[in-house]
Design a protein around this ligand. Sequence first.
Ligand code: HEM
Length: 398
Amino acid sequence: MSVSQSNLLDQVLDYANRANPYPIYAKMRENPIQRQADGRYVVSSYELVKSLVNDPRMSVDMRKSNEPTIRVEQEEPGFVFQDPPRHDWLRHQVISRFTPELISSLRPRLEEIVKGLLDAQRGQNQIDIVDNFAYPLPVTAICELLGVPREDEAQFHIWSTMIIKGSNLGRDKDAVKEAQQGRDLLNNYMGRLIDTIQQQPRPGLLSAMIHDNTIEKRMNRTELVTTATLLLIAGHETTVNLITNSTLTLLRHPEAFERLRRHPAIIANMIEEVLRYEPPVQFTMRNALTDLSIKGVKIPQGSIVMLMNAAANRDPAHFKEPDRFDPERPAIEHFSFGGGIHYCVGAPLARLEADIALTALARRLKNPRLVQDPPPYRESPTLRGPRHLLVSFERIED
Ligand code: HEM
């Protein structure tokens, strides 16, 4: 693939490049902070992404940006789009309950879900890893964790898709409008659910946040709605890509898949390498709170700055042979869960789900083979992963 230097961000966004955006990221890194024709800045080296993800002059609050389409007016965005001090308080409400003990207590239930999904494939010899495995697992997990009825998935998935399409960088006005509608619909749904739980407590994080009397200040209804909506979307639109990207990568490297089957203990490092190599979230967005000069490039206040996490993850200045998938790579410090104060709250849950899912696939699928390579991809350039991943196999082992 030959890549020209002009409008590299447009090339990343172009669906035609979804299956392999990495040569474009390599081209970006030649000039690791660059202004695009539309006035946005793209940052792609490991060093600069690391520095800017930790820089308090970088805001996630798009209400402060100078781009009208992205400046969606929202009274109370989810805390991933809020700066301190509001961000810190809201994040604390979640993180203080999302304890390592809670996450590890989910293991038996997650194993049961995975077992059920694979048992359901007995008698078949082809599976769509996305629809039949990698999507239902995190959806069921996040619904049960929050206390959201699993049977409402068909509804909220439509709204979540509308939101993700529109948060597609605010370029397409119709998509931005659709995202706003999706957000309103999902927030209304969540509001009704919160009112129900207010009357009748139930298991799950939402009920715990609503009924907790031990904390200094309770979350109000709007805070509860936007936080719950953020967790629901983040919990089910990302892990699906991690499980699917991992399956695809392992089937492209059958020796690694076989190694995992024989030595399940290698799974933790293998997941970090897939996260580095095929990040489920490819980039994140910031805007400059003040006029800045970075490596001699002037960035006016309010400008959008794209942090290309997936490009930083393959920076040869930081990783040896970055384009090689190496499940034994030591010390894999990637940006796939972001960094700094917005580091992913759900990382331990995502890792646990991927661990259980991939270990079970490696153990139970006899002679798995990719049916189509590359597979068809989801539209989103940000939440990047296959839309379907057909895998043939001889049988499902016990
Ligand atoms: C493989 C799966 C996942 C990936 C790759 C991922 C990736 C990310 C990234 C890159 C960020 C930083 C965003 C930014 O800096 O602008 C983030 C933040 C966040 N993620 Fe995840 N995520 C995953 C799974 C989850 C899950 C399962 C949950 C919830 C249960 C979750 C909840 C969140 C929340 C609440 C934030 C905002 C944190 C903050 O602003 O303080 N994520 N995630």
